[in-house]
Design a protein around this ligand. Structure first.
Ligand SMILES: Nc1ncnc2c1ncn2[C@@H]1O[C@H](COP(=O)(O)OP(=O)(O)OP(=O)(O)O)[C@@H](O)[C@H]1O
Length: 364
């Protein structure tokens, strides 16, 4: 089976639950004739350069639609200038969208008035930025409790809550330090604690770890994964780093020139890239680390012996390798008691050794 053919259907990301954020045909155009662009099929069809020449406008976000499921880590990825920050800022109206719809927990937030927006930003959303934005003359505990102070939470309660999240992000003992006494990674932990303190429904991360050196960056990525397991918050995470996106994201939206090129799980992007742009992005990803058995299984042949070990379709190839190679018989890929396909040494080795059939990507 070619690994670039569609894998068997899986459940929808929202799984029947209402999305936390629902975005429909969202546009953000900068420039004097911004409003006209989404309404005019002619202007809307122009390339970035033509649009600048003809209308002095930049369409930073063009007709983007997606849903974010409760508890999902949703990553927005793309090269510099592709529109990631603008898109994510539109979700909280830090940037005012030009056209389209943003529904947050069932509420159309593009029609929210200033008071309601303030409430949403104080109680429902939190942001973590690349430059931590800490207040230099406040101790860690006062930085972390700042949002609660703005909300009017009493001192004793906000200190209690701040101490709780300071412990949660591993900064216990540093509550009385000032930001400049901490390393970059620790300052970003303060940023994380501050974002968590108000118990928001959604955390937005705008390239939070780009300024950190690689080892600290890896620690912080693991920290986000750990926190996500512990607190289960919905997270929207911007990055231009594919390995970060694959590590953190339940789903990844890839942007190019303001448009959504593809939105899917890591294995969908690697197994079935929508176009050459995505294919280029994922070219160097070790496929055995990302693809799951559903991508490499084949239909049983009449001569296959079907009493080998069983594995689920979402087991990553790398994790299945030992079992498949050690088994005398093909491994059955089974979900809900149903045989979906089988995987033998041949399928595993094709991915691990990079000798997949023509039409698939270069191997791991
Ligand atoms: N306030 C603004 N006025 C005019 N153009 C803007 C404005 N903000 C962003 N743009 C343009 O919109 C496009 C998308 O920018 P955006 O910052 O959203 O991209 P990005 O993918 O987040 O890039 P980066 O990774 O470099 O931050 C760019 O061409 C940018 O120049």
């Amino acid at each position: 089976m070619s690994t670039e053919t569609a894998a068997p259907p899986r459940q929808q990301p929202t799984d029947g639950r209402s999305p936390v954020i629902s975005v429909r045909e969202l546009w953000k155009v900068f420039g004097p004739k911004a409003d006209q662009v989404p309404r005019s099929p002619e202007l809307a069809a122009l390339s970035r350069r033509e649009l600048m020449e003809r209308a002095r406008c930049t369409a930073a976000v063009r007709e983007v639609s997606f849903d974010v499921a409760p508890g999902e880590v949703f990553v927005v990825m793309g090269l510099s200038g592709s529109g990631k920050s603008t898109l994510v800022r539109c979700l909280t109206r830090l940037v005012e969208p030009t056209a389209g719809e943003v529904v947050f927990e069932g509420e159309d937030i593009l029609h929210a008035d200033k008071k309601r927006l303030r409430e949403l930003r104080r109680h429902k959303f939190s942001m973590v930025f690349q430059h931590f934005g800490l207040l230099p003359y406040r101790r860690v505990v006062d930085n972390v409790s700042y949002g609660l102070e703005i909300r009017g939470t009493g001192r004793a309660e906000r200190i209690r809550r701040a101490m709780e999240v300071i412990e949660l992000v591993g900064l216990g003992g540093y509550e009385n330090s000032y930001p400049d006494q901490l390393s970059g990674g620790m300052q970003q932990r303060v940023g994380l604690a501050r974002a968590l303190a108000g118990d928001p429904d959604v955390l937005f991360f705008d390239e939070p770890f780009s300024a950190l050196d690689p080892l600290i960056r890896r620690d912080m990525q693991n920290e986000v994964i750990r926190l996500h397991h512990e607190v289960g918050k919905t997270m929207v995470f911007i990055t231009h780093d594919l390995s970060e996106a694959l590590k953190l994201g339940d789903r990844i939206l890839i942007m190019r020139d303001g448009r959504m090129v593809q939105c899917g799980t890591g294995d969908e992007l690697v197994g079935a890239p929508a176009d050459d742009y995505v294919r280029d992005f994922v070219r160097d990803v070790p496929r055995s680390h990302v693809l799951t058995l559903r991508w490499i299984m084949r239909a049983p042949r009449p001569d296959d012996v079907l009493d080998g070990p069983e594995l689920g379709p979402d087991v990553v190839v790398r994790d299945a390798t030992r079992v498949v190679l050690a088994a005398e018989k093909p491994v059955k890929v089974v979900a809900d008691g149903k045989l979906l396909g089988i995987v033998g040494d041949e399928e595993i080795l094709a991915i691990v050794a990079g000798t997949e059939p023509a039409g698939s990507e270069a191997g791991a």
